[in-house]
Design a binder for this molecule. Sequence first.
Ligand code: URA
Ligand code: SF4
Length: 211
Amino acid sequence: MGQQATGAEAYLPEGGGLAALREAVDGCRGCGLYRDATQAVFGAGPAGARLLLAGEQPGDAEDRRGAPFVGPAGRVLDDALEAAGIPRDEAYVTNVVKHFKFTRDARGSRRIHRTPSRTEVVACRPWLDAEIAAVGPEVVVCLGATAAKAVLGPGFRVTRERGRLLPLPDAPGDGPSVLATVHPSSVLRSDPEQRRAAFDALVEDLRVVAP
Ligand code: URA
Ligand code: SF4
């Protein structure tokens, strides 16, 4: 699919912090994903948060409500943070892609998640970079392969390097670390008899960055 993407750069405000970014993001036309989505979903949480958690993109619930991780995956994330001893208000939660990418099922009633392309992830990256600069976290936690590849490069393998503190590529020496783990929705997708273990492994990774 030869979709074009000019990138988000031209749509970023000059300054003004998180509030200005949040206001501007809905006007972004940096790739084609704005066309079918309800709205852009920006990050949520305190400026100055110690942790910045990045998922893939808004899901169906997030697209409707305009907030990240408020659907089924968000409930798994909340439970995992709690089990890891991480207060939710220590985390700024966002996604590497700000608009929901989906197809409709045959009847046209259900919207089914589609993984964003590398082009779309790269196009959207300026928003994430601006959030990282505005929040100034100690650690960027990548939830799932799309976020990990967006931040650590397309060759990164979550299965091999999950749960380890790594340097953020291209950041100054005092920049944040990065830790990658699985996406909370992978816990929901795993076989019922493996779900507990998948959840526990997510919690164990998150504990690495607990206070
Ligand atoms: N999945 C994500 O990656 N992000 C959300 O905000 C919701 C589900
Ligand atoms: Fe802009 Fe990102 Fe939305 Fe594409 S997905 S239009 S780059 S905010």
